[in-house]
Ligand binder design. Structure first.
Ligand SMILES: NC(=O)c1ccc[n+]([C@@H]2O[C@H](COP(=O)([O-])OP(=O)(O)OC[C@H]3O[C@@H](n4cnc5c(N)ncnc54)[C@H](O)[C@@H]3O)[C@@H](O)[C@H]2O)c1
Length: 272
């Protein structure tokens, strides 16, 4: 248990699946002393399990897991209002929810492209807009002010022939982050992004197993080993590793850090 986020209140989207990055971020924030962590997700089938896990990381009353569709402006208004009402403000917003529909332009429908853009890009805009007034007040409590952290991907920097929506939306998310950092700086709200490489969440494990089943790799383990070998370190990340980057950006240690990208990818060679 630490105190790097002592007394802060955070919203973390995409925290409804145990083992994923959003849940690991909630856990790390509670361990570092947040007085309120609101995880949100549009799925609610693992609420009891995740709530129990969070109770090991911080006081039971400090954690909530609320149903929330990040593509809905009305949902965002409700979440921002409820969070501020229950915990007295919002200091940290983590836009973490994300989806992928694997397809190149030829086989990607406009509808699918819009679905991916809605979650991976438009929702960042909606979240920042809805939480802006509350985040601006954070400077009255913390010198470092409000902190927005957008969970993007190395896909922000790397093109793909087979995943147009994901890569385009994550690249757009990077520019949105930079624009917001300029706009919100005078309000003492810092806006940064984290760019994970392969992080072993249930979604990724299922994806690797699927690739193996379709004959692209000998097995899921082989797939992980080959993908890990693309990075300088030759390993993959666990969600708990990735969460450390979010703790730093949310903390007072990062009070002079805005518009920054943290590459959390073990240095994938073909970054640019
Ligand atoms: N795992 C990786 O290797 C990796 C690498 C790079 C970037 N990322 C990014 O990290 C983030 C988390 O990924 P993850 O691996 O933990 O995957 P995940 O699928 O477990 O997490 C995403 C969560 O977002 C939720 N979600 C999706 N659409 C939503 C919506 N409209 N409203 C509310 N919630 C919604 C899902 O239910 C899920 O719980 C994503 O933005 C992803 O792009 C992950």
């Amino acid at each position: 248990m630490g105190n790097r986020l002592e007394g802060k209140v955070a919203i973390v989207t995409g925290a409804g699946r145990n083992g994923n990055i959003g849940v690991a971020i909630c856990e790390a924030f509670l361990r570092e002393g947040c007085k309120g962590v609101i995880g949100t997700d549009f799925r609610d089938d693992e609420v009891a399990e995740i709530t129990e896990r969070m109770a090991q990381a911080g006081p039971r009353e400090a954690f909530r897991l609320w149903r929330h569709d990040v593509t809905s402006e009305a949902d965002w208004a409700r979440i921002a209002e409820q969070a501020a009402a229950e915990f007295g403000g919002i200091d940290i917003l983590v836009n973490n929810a994300g989806i992928s529909i694997h397809s190149g332009i030829e086989h990607c429908s406009l509808d699918d492209l819009r679905k991916v853009m809605a979650v991976n890009h438009d929702a960042l805009f909606l979240g920042m807009k809805a939480c802006l007034p509350a985040l601006e007040e954070s400077r009255q409590r913390f010198e470092g002010g409000g902190s927005i952290i957008n969970n993007l991907s190395m896909a922000s920097y790397m093109p793909s022939a087979r995943n147009i929506g994901y890569h385009a939306s994550k690249a757009a998310g990077r520019m949105l982050t930079l624009c917001a950092s300029l706009e919100f700086g005078p309000k003492r709200i810092r806006v940064n992004s984290v760019h994970p490489g392969i992080t072993m969440t249930p979604l990724i494990r299922e994806g690797l197993a699927d690739y193996a089943a379709r004959g692209h790799y000998a097995s899921a383990e082989d797939a992980e080993a080959q993908i890990a070998a693309r990075g300088a370190l030759g390993i993959t990340s666990e969600p708990e590793d990735t969460a450390h980057a979010f703790v730093y950006l949310a903390s007072e240690e990062a009070r002079f850090v805005t518009g920054a990208s943290i590459y959390h990818d073990g240095c994938i060679g073909q970054r640019y």
